[in-house]
Write a protein that binds this ligand. Structure first.
Ligand code: PNS
Length: 166
């Protein structure tokens, strides 16, 4: 059975991520969705536990998908989990530029290939950061994220507004 690892920050997961997970679940025997503990880009808005919970609830219907987390090098985690492939999603051609060097580095470190899946074109403009920006400025992102994510984002927004005095 081919075991695939789909790594990411998932801060938060979007329908673009879900689309890639569903495609990977059809193509591979087992898919581990691996949440990076400390994303490189910036401090995450959602805790590790929240990101894992949103993913677990959003993928509950997929029996060969498991949510887990990792810290440090992805290549080390891939080896530890005895995974056969890494899966990454591509939205637009520009995604490929950084993904190519990452894939080559991961292959040189762990001898594991990265399989790229094109996410549905409906989600080619969707990213976690754009979803957060629009949502926290009052925009409607209901068509872009699964319900468990929308609920968690609403909780965050009310926590924020309480902190800021309503
Ligand atoms: O969702 P993201 O933020 O695009 O995911 C990036 C992620 C987590 C896949 C990437 O940053 C990663 O693999 N981090 C682990 C550290 C690592 O192995 N870095 C070297 C890759 S060349």
């Amino acid at each position: 059975m081919t075991r695939a690892i789909y790594p990411g920050s998932f801060d938060p997961p979007t329908f673009g991520h879900l689309d890639v997970i569903e495609r990977a679940a059809r193509a591979f025997g087992e898919v581990l969705v691996a949440v990076v503990v400390n994303p490189q880009k910036r401090r995450p808005m959602f805790t590790l536990e929240e990101r894992e919970r949103m993913l677990a609830e959003s993928t509950a219907q997929l029996s060969n998908v498991r949510v887990c987390h990792f810290r440090g090098l992805l290549a080390d985690f891939v080896r530890a989990e005895k995974a056969d492939v890494i899966v990454k999603g591509l939205r637009v051609v520009s995604d490929f530029e950084s993904e190519m060097s990452t894939a080559l580095m991961n292959r040189s470190l762990s001898d594991v290939d990265t399989f790229f899946l094109m996410s549905d074109q409906r989600y080619s403009f969707v990213s976690s950061s754009i979803v957060k920006e629009v949502f926290f400025l009052g925009g409607d992102v209901g068509a872009l994220v699964p319900d468990p994510v929308l609920r968690m984002m609403s909780v965050k927004r009310s926590e924020r507004s309480h902190r800021n005095g309503g």
